[in-house]
Structure formats: C-alpha cells, structure tokens
Design a protein around this ligand. Structure first.
Ligand SMILES: O=C(O)c1cc(C(=O)O)c2c(n1)C(=O)C(=O)c1cc(C(=O)O)[nH]c1-2
Ligand SMILES: [Ca+2]
Length: 682
C-alpha cells in the first residue's frame, strides 16, 4: 500500500472484492451494492457480536455517514460536516477536521445539518461541507490540501449533505436545496487540484439566456413560463450516484421541483426535465447520455435521489445490466443501465398518487384524485417517501434488495399564489403543513406511519419477506456473504437479520435512533461491523410523530466484533420539567394565526404544532428568561447557535401571536401531563 494513507484509486475500487476487508467508496464498490463478501460473522455466530469500541462525535444532531475504511483507518463524518479519522481496530482518534461551518448557514437546509460521508482517493479524503465547500484533506494528517466553493449563488440556500464520489480522478458532488429555491447541478473537480472540470445543470436556467447545452435545450421545452427561474427550479443532486466503469457511465439521481407545486412552478404543466430523474452522464465531460424520469412533472417532492444500485440480473432468461432504484414515489424501478430503457416498475409500498407504470410509455399513470394543486388532498407516500436517503443494499447470493421501506401519508393543501421569499425559507407552494393538535389525533397519524425492512426480489418484482419496525426513518442496510442483513432502527437498536428468511438473529441497544447505512471491514483478520448512530434528519426535526421512536440524538460510532466486550455508555438524560409559563392573552383568532405562522416558518425544525422531535429545542419548554428575549431571538440573537432570523418576515404583532401560540401549546402540554397517562395513549 506504500507510505500514503488511503491510497485508493479506480483500479482498487473496481477490484474491491479482492480486498473485502476494506470499504473504499461510499457504496463499497462503484455499483453501490453495499454487499460485503466478508463471511466470518455469519448466521450461526452473529449472536455473539459485542461492542469492540465506541466513539462519541462532537455534535448531537443527525448522523447519516457511511464510513470509508482503508487499511485499518476509518474516515467518517458527523453533523456540520466534521471529519474524523479513527483507528478502525480501537476507535482511537487519529485526527479530526472541523470545516467550521458557519452556524448561521443552518437555516439554509431543509432537513438537518447532516453529512453522508467522505470519499478517499490517492492519499486524500474529500468532504462536502454543509455550507457548500468541497474540501480535500491529507488523509494522513487531516490538513486541508485544497478547498473550493461549489455554490454558484450565495444568495440562495445551497447546502451539501451528500458524500462525494471519485471517478477517474474527478471528485463528483451535487448539492441540496430544492425545498429552498435553488437550481440543481452536479459538478466534477480535479481530485489533485480542486479545479472545476465540468458542471451539469439538472433544470434549465433563464429562457432569456441561451441554454448551456443540448440537454438543457431539451429540458427547456418541458417547462412553461419563466416563474421557475425566480423559484429555483430544483432538481438537486443531493445524494445518489453510481458508476459503471465498463460502460463508462456515471449515474446521478435528481430531486424534486422548486417549488413542489407545479401550478406555480410551471403553470402550463409539462414534465419539467430533469426533475425526479436518473441521468446517465459521461464522467469525462459531464455530457448527457440518457435519462429516465420517475415522476414526470413532480408535484409531491418525489425525489429520485434515493440510492442507485447497479447489478447484472437474469431477467426472462437474459443477463441484463440493470440499474435499480426505489425512490420516494413507491415504485421499484429496474432499468437497462446502458440505454435507460425501463425493464420493470412495481409498487414496493402503498401509494395513491399513481396506479401503475405503463410499460408502453414508461410513465406512471397518475390518479387524478392525487392532484392537490386545486384543493387539499391526502397523499401517500408523503414527502418523507416510501424510501428516503437511507441506503438499500443488494445481495447477489439471495438476489434480494433490502429496502428501509416506509408507509407515510400527508395532507397537502395548495398556495397557488406562493412567491419565492428569500434564502432560508421553505419555497414549496403549499399552505402550512397540518397535523392534529390533540394527542389522540396525532397518535392516529403517527400510527399510520409504518416502518419496514423489506426484502425485495427485483426480478419477480415482489416482496420476499418483510420485518415491521416501530416507526419510519430506520437505518440504511448492509448485506454480507455471511447471510446477514444489518440495519439500525429508529427506536435505537443495531440489528442483524437472516438475509434469506428475515429472521432477527441479533440486536444491541444504540441509545439513539440509527439512520445511517452500516459497514463491515477487517483489521488483521478480525471482522468488524460499524453503525453510525445519531437521531435527526427530516423526520426527527419535523417533531411530534418522531417521538414514537422514544429516542434523542446522541451521536456515536458503534463498532462490533464477535465476543466484543466494550461497554455501551449510559444514555443521555432527557427533557427538564416545564418551567413556569407566561399567561395566554391572545384571542382564539390570534392563536390560529400564530399556529399558521409556527407551522409555516418554525415547524420544519422545531416540530409541527410546536412539538419537537427532540433534536432541536422544544419551544414549549422556553423559560421565562427566553420568552423575555423572544423578539431578539427572532431578530438573530442566536444566529451563531444555528437559529435563523425571521424578524424581517414577521411584523411585531405577528411575532407576538407566534409567541402566544408557543405559550398556548406549553399550557396544552401542562394539562396533558396532569391528566392520567391512559388518555393520551393509543
Ligand atoms: O430537495 C433537496 O434538495 C433535498 C435535500 C435534502 C438533503 O440535502 O438532505 C433532503 C431532501 N431534499 C428531502 O426531500 C428529504 O426528504 C430529505 C431527508 C433528509 C435527511 O437527511 O433526513 N434530507 C433530505
Ligand atoms: Ca426535497
């Protein structure tokens, strides 16, 4: 391996199976199967797994990283894009790099200040920081080698949450922000110097300007008007990529429209390319090759940024080079990855927005009842998706794909006069999200959200087995040659299942919700399994329902081995008691306005109806001292803690009713706590 740390290159990643003890790229191999040939830990002995070591991360917010492990060193990330290099055998910190994400950038993300991990290449480690920088670190020391700004417009809410991939000496990275009014793109940078090599926009720019390329010329014809220019357009490449070295094609998944509401975004309709699509690009030039749009004219936040897996499958007697994706929209797609031809698509989760995918046209057949742009509709899946970013895995031995599937639903109501407001504000064309305030109603909605570990046969396009979870937002999956599937759970466990039958074989407490995809590796012949634990992300920030999981954020690396004897630290204590509450003085009408303001501006971080999911402060617990400086906080007093300023959008009387609504909800809670528990229970 020479004297360099992390001397990963394309040849090594392509031959990943020859060194199964390493985990050298995000999905382990370029095909992103997240399947490990390691089999020392198997169905017979997995019950003996114990903790080898734990490592506490700095920030207790959502943890979503897939660690990279090369030659005994683990490179991983936590919230605010902090990078950690750990001895993979002991968990000892070798170095740490904190990109010092300005905390006042926090409000530019839709879904927590998360990071999904680094890439390693020829002695460097690459991380995308939440504020949109791409940073190359010396893998030995953690010192920056170069930094580049990937953001084309700092007046817009661009973020990076996804992990870079490196292909042919090019670091590929996209960004997030389609809830916040950005134009999506994916860029390639020279791995050695950080120089920009190409950029592919996923949605058209201003029609008054010439299109950047042929693909944008094609895309432009599928949009109406030019309102989308101001609104951003969307189509962000915020997570998935895969690479086929033989075909020399790079695949990227694109996100939803900005705004979600197509009536506002593209008033005359249209497919709005390349929203919610899988796009094949030439990695050398960024040139468009083909695309498949999963949700034409998307109006539900049905991103196709979900994990992409490449595999060779025998379908109707023929070996096909396929690409698989289970996007938010609840259809499992098998696509010819050379041509983009749709091979099959079936529902892997309940949905009401479309009945099926027409195999002649390759398009979903939409249910007219799911059009919420005229009036409010109950839609499933919700924008949490039938599957979100939590990566699935494919086991070539069982032929099954293991999907962190979820049943979700939502009431969407249009705001067809919505205007782009400014950076840091949700820009979706909806009336504020609605959710029952009363505990019983809330419990009903929460109960309708169901999490599953679904084993899916991609050839037969049907479920092989299904394991229920307590709620949604469970972890990504890892499958191994030991006949195992590993998955963390929202309710705070690390679990192993039999890959063939789904039988649960092992579990251990994680103290907190586990969302990230686990990895496995070896050091000196010993096999380890690592779970990145830490509750957060979109569901937990949204609050209320996430409390079903009964966990709090506690960011930690958990590594197991057979016979491991390390001790799990005790879980952190939670929630203080309610402070003395100021009186409610507002009228019912004012409180209704306060509620609309809260759910419009505050709920995506502090929870719907002011019930926090425990990641960010539950405002019902605000102390009298904090209530005294409420206006100051809205004006930006806590910017450096990550609390954005909203005062410019809320005249003083609105600020007062917003505060009154929070106080009213605190009184509601006080009453609830005083009542016998059984009233609130399911
Ligand atoms: O449209 C986008 O740009 C964008 C970005 C992100 C992100 O960067 O994390 C998410 C989403 N959308 C999204 O729709 C979503 O459900 C989501 C969940 C999460 C998460 O980390 O828990 N991120 C995102
Ligand atoms: Ca989105």
């Amino acid at each position: 391996a020479g004297s360099q740390a992390a001397p990963v290159d394309g040849a090594r990643i392509q031959a990943a199976d020859r060194e199964p003890g390493n985990w050298m790229s995000h999905g382990r191999s370029y095909d992103e199967q997240r399947y490990s040939p390691l089999a020392k830990i198997d169905q017979a002995n997995v019950g003996q797994l114990g903790l080898a070591w734990t490592y506490k991360l700095d920030v207790d917010r959502g943890v979503e990283a897939t660690p990279i492990v090369v030659d005994g060193i683990m490179y991983t990330t936590g919230a605010y894009s902090i990078v950690y290099a750990l001895d993979a055998r002991s968990g000892k910190l070798l170095w740490k790099y904190d990109p010092q994400v300005p905390r006042d950038w926090s409000g530019n993300g839709c879904c927590d200040v998360v990071n999904r991990g680094v890439a390693a290449w020829k002695g460097k480690v690459y991380v995308g920081s939440f504020d949109g920088r791409l940073i190359a670190l010396d893998a030995r020391t953690g010192k920056p080698a170069w930094t580049t700004d990937t953001v084309i417009d700092r007046n817009r809410s661009y973020t990076i949450t996804g992990a870079p991939r490196v292909v042919k000496d090019k670091v590929i990275i996209g960004n997030g922000g389609a809830e916040m009014g950005v134009r999506g793109y994916v860029s390639a940078y020279d791995a050695a110097s950080g120089k920009l090599l190409w950029r592919f926009f996923t949605v058209p720019g201003d029609p008054k300007q010439p299109p950047e390329n042929k693909a944008m010329e094609m895309a432009r014809k599928t949009w109406s008007g030019d309102a989308y220019v101001q609104q951003g357009g969307g189509g962000t490449v915020w997570d998935s990529m895969a690479y086929d070295p033989e075909l020399d094609l790079l695949y990227v998944g694109t996100g939803n429209g900005s705004m979600w509401n197509r009536k506002v975004r593209s008033p005359g309709g249209g497919d709005n390319l390349f929203l919610s699509s899988i796009i094949a690009l030439k990695p050398d030039s960024g040139e468009y090759v083909w695309h498949y749009q999963t949700t034409p004219g998307d109006t539900w936040d049905y991103t196709a940024t979900q994990h992409i897996i490449l595999a060779d499958l025998r379908i109707k007697g023929e070996l096909r080079k396929v690409l698989m994706q289970a996007p938010k929209n609840a259809f499992f797609y098998v696509i010819d990855r050379k041509t983009g031809e749709l091979i099959s698509a079936e529902k892997f989760a309940p949905s009401n927005w479309a009945s099926h995918v027409d195999m002649k046209t390759g398009r979903p057949v939409e249910n007219p009842e799911a059009d919420w742009t005229k009036e409010a509709r109950l839609i499933f899946p919700s924008p949490f998706g039938a599957h979100n970013w939590q990566p699935m895995s494919f086991n070539p031995k069982t032929g099954l794909v293991y999907i962190p599937m979820q049943e979700t639903l939502i009431l969407l109501a249009p705001d067809n006069n919505a205007k782009y407001v400014r950076k840091g504000i949700f820009n979706v064309g909806l009336q504020p999200f609605d959710m029952p305030e009363d505990p019983k109603g809330l419990q009903q909605v929460a109960d309708a959200h169901k999490g599953h570990l679904l084993a899916w046969d991609p050839v037969a396009q049907k479920a092989a087995w299904d394991q229920p979870h307590v709620t949604i937002w469970n972890g990504g999956t890892l499958s191994t040659a030991g006949g195992l599937v590993f998955q963390g759970s929202a309710d705070g466990r690390a679990v192993a299942y039999a890959a063939d039958t789904g039988k649960k074989l092992w579990e251990a407490p994680a103290n907190t919700g586990v969302m990230a995809g686990p990895v496995t590796y070896t050091v000196d012949g010993e096999q380890y399994v690592t779970f990145m634990a830490g509750w957060g992300g979109a569901f937990a920030l949204g609050g209320a329902m996430a409390n079903v999981a009964k966990v709090r954020p506690e960011a930690r690396v958990l590594t197991y081995k057979l016979g491991g004897k390390a001790k799990m630290p005790a879980p952190k204590r939670v929630m203080a008691s309610l402070p003395k509450l100021p009186p409610v003085t507002a009228t019912p009408e004012q409180l209704a306005l306060g509620r609309a303001l809260f759910n419009g501006y505050c709920s995506v971080c502090h929870g719907f109806n002011a019930i926090s999911g425990g990641v960010l402060p539950d405002l019902r617990y605000l102390t009298p001292e904090k209530h005294q400086i409420f206006a100051g906080i809205l004006a930006g007093a806590y910017l450096q803690k990550g609390m954005p300023a909203f005062a410019d959008l809320l005249p003083p009387d609105y600020q007062a009713v917003l505060q009154q609504y929070i106080i009213k909800r605190a009184h509601d809670l006080e009453q609830e706590l005083a009542q016998p528990q059984k009233d609130a229970a399911r």
